[in-house]
Write a protein that binds this ligand. Structure first.
Ligand code: FRU
Length: 326
């Protein structure tokens, strides 16, 4: 059935390794499963810009009807995305942005607000002077830029708070562990570490633990995924003080792509809500996510049943046809 689908949607995903990307792919696949007219192809960029450029070329060559892209970095991906767009392929950019305006629509969380929320939270719990290390995401990717801007703009106007050092990363915790080890030997009296995602927050906590500093430093991350060692779970384990929810928007992406393909007008900017998760609401958030996951499983099972019924029906129909032809 999916082979002669009306719409072929190609998604160039940054990479398949981490749980946030896995969750995004999964919600896209579930959503696409609701529409028999959609065939979704997801390619794994392996977090490498050259791979990703190759993936987009492949999707263009295979004549996708729409392209969804979550760029590893903004600048180097822009030319190939612009090329697709100028060829008339509708382009939905998700999560990380490209440079310029040559795309159909963008969908993603408000990264400036993510950073600002983290800083406002720290401001609200700090009665005396506090010193902060900021660990940024991959430089050249828009969430890293915007999270840092939102965070630092609030910190600048908050008397009690000071960012004493900023570290760079590639979004993965192995990329910051050595530099953080050195840094924690070098500078003392750190109160907070704000990392641009929860995976690195856990890594930072592990480094602090090696040095016996994990109780004196408080950690804040971003993403707030459900599941083992997701941000919500890390808050529940009291490894993180808080995390800022950064929704993947996988289901929304499919909905928007379908609207575009059906010729409906969609806003250029589609911004997803974010919220802070700490010990006060972690249990509620976990329950909500579990309910959603349960619903999704119910729906998937339902879809399987329907498919089976359709198959039985079509065999019966064929048998009947054969009988009538006799
Ligand atoms: C997943 C991820 C998230 C982060 C996002 C930013 O690959 O690293 O942890 O919030 O990308 O684009």
């Amino acid at each position: 059935q999916k082979e002669n689908s009306k719409f072929k949607i190609g998604f160039s995903q940054t990479g398949f390794e981490d749980d946030w990307r896995k969750a995004m792919n999964q919600s896209m696949e579930i959503q696409a499963g609701f529409y028999p007219e959609i065939k979704l192809i997801i390619l794994d960029g392996e977090d490498d810009i050259d791979n990703q450029i190759g993936d987009i070329k492949k999707l263009i060559d295979s004549r996708v009807d729409a392209l969804i892209v979550s760029p590893v970095k903004s600048k180097p991906i822009t030319p190939i995305v612009e090329k697709a767009f100028k060829m008339g392929i509708p382009v939905l950019v998700v999560d990380r942005k490209i440079d310029g305006q040559n795309y159909t629509a963008y969908l993603g969380g408000d990264n400036y607000r993510v950073g600002a929320n983290a800083a406002n939270y720290l401001a609200s719990i700090s009665q005396s002077k506090k010193r902060i290390i900021e660990i940024k995401g991959l430089s050249g990717s828009s969430p890293a830029l915007e999270r840092s801007l939102g965070f630092n703009n609030v910190i600048k106007n908050t008397e009690n708070l000071e960012v004493v050092k900023t570290l760079e990363s590639n979004w993965e915790s192995y990329s910051i562990k050595d530099s953080l080890r050195l840094l924690l030997d070098e500078i003392k009296e750190i109160d907070y570490i704000f990392t641009h995602n929860d995976r690195m927050a856990l890594g930072a906590w592990e480094v602090a633990k090696e040095k016996g500093l994990h109780n004196s430093i408080k950690f804040i991350g971003v993403d707030g995924l459900p599941g083992p060692n997701g941000g919500i779970n890390l808050v529940q384990q009291e490894i993180l003080l808080a995390t800022i929810l950064y929704p993947t928007g996988g289901d929304e992406a499919i909905k928007i792509a379908l609207k575009i393909l059906n010729g409906e007008k969609v806003p250029k900017n589609n911004i997803l809500n974010t919220t802070l998760i700490d010990s006060r609401n972690a249990d509620i958030m976990k329950n909500q996510f579990e309910k959603i996951a349960q619903h999704q499983m119910d729906i998937e099972n339902q879809q399987k049943k329907i498919k089976k019924q359709e198959e039985t029906y079509s065999t019966q129909l064929n048998n009947l046809k054969l009988l009538l032809a006799l």
